[in-house]
Design a protein around this ligand. Structure first.
Ligand SMILES: [Cu+2]
Length: 72
C-alpha cells in the first residue's frame, strides 16, 4: 500500500533546502518518492504506511529546521 502526504514547508528557500530534505527523507525506510516545489513551498511524499507514518516524517522535517506548517 502507498500513501501520499503533502506538507506546506515555508522554510524551503532554494534548491539546497530541497536537496537537504529530499536526501533526509529518502533515508527513511518506507519512503518511495519525495518531490519538493520551491514555488509553492510544498513537499509531496509518498510512503508505505506500514513502515513509516506522516507524523514521523513531519517530526523529522521539524528536526531538520523545516517544520511543516499547520501541524502540531
Ligand atoms: Cu536553501
Amino acid at each position: 500500500m502507498q500513501q501520499t502526504v503533502v506538507f506546506s514547508v515555508p522554510a524551503l528557500h532554494c534548491d539546497g533546502c530541497v536537496e537537504t530534505v529530499e536526501h533526509a527523507l529518502y533515508g527513511v525506510e518506507g519512503v518511495t518518492s519525495v518531490k519538493g516545489a520551491l514555488d509553492s513551498k510544498e513537499l509531496r511524499i509518498e510512503f508505505d504506511p506500514e513502515m513509516t507514518l506522516a507524523d514521523g516524517l513531519a517530526a523529522l522535517l521539524e528536526n531538520l529546521g523545516f517544520p511543516p506548517e499547520g501541524l502540531g
